[in-house]
Write a protein that binds this ligand. Sequence first.
Ligand code: BEZ
Ligand code: FE
Length: 289
Amino acid sequence: MRNVTKDNITDVFMGYVSQDTDPRTREIMGSLVKHLHDFARETNLTHDEWQKGIAFLEGCAAIETEDRHEFVLASDVLGLSSLVDMLHSSPEATSSSVLGPFHVSGAPALAIGGDMKRDFGGPVLLAEGMIKDTDGKPIAGAELDIWQTAPNGLYASQDAEQDTFSFHGLMTVGDDGRYAFTTVKPVEYTVPTDGPVGDILRACGRHPWRPSHLHFIVKAPGYRSLVTEIFPDDDPYLDEDTVFGVRDDLVMHYVEKPAADFPSGFEISGTVSDPYLYVEFDVTLKRED
Ligand code: BEZ
Ligand code: FE
């Protein structure tokens, strides 16, 4: 088509997509380009503004490394990651929540009752619960990949002072489906703001804070894998998570208990001398379709 106009360009684009194109690719590209064109028409996008958008993408690409995923971060702060999570969350299962850019694969095994806090300062948190199916039955052998920041608010991959797998552990549950571990109480932290995503946050007058949380990836053969997080119910950022990750069923009460109540059977049993926090969080997985 030669006589391309601002009104027909979207249809012209679709006309250029081969009829042999896989139907889902047609649907996704058609919709993406329609919304992109509508966005430019609706906002009467100028050349300068278009150039800023291109510079943003180039800035994300320039800062990407194995440990720095600026495009993922952009998707997170724009709410796209959480929207995709919610579109595919099953109401019978525990809600999923953002993976974020800081998970390190291949964490060392953490025994049931094991400790991730080691010598780091801060209150002990004992977390336990059951990995179960939608009938409430334990899922024997489920695998729980756990990670969080150190008390300085940094993940191991962001902090030269931490070991590669600091605050990362991989636990396999037994026949009763139960997991249990100790760690340090997670802290609120800011997502990185020294790249192009920081510019977007500032341009929108938004803060970069996430409420404190523990991350889990839960897997078991025959079940849909789940990426999720647990949040304490008293965190000041619960209602304004900069990456939109909070769901009601992921908000738990952390109970403060006296040191004398600390149970036996944990790696740190017998060494706890201060009050500690306790949270119970069961995870429900849905069978694969
Ligand atoms: C995180 O929780 O690790 C995270 C999620 C999204 C963006 C940045 C960090
Ligand atoms: Fe996180």
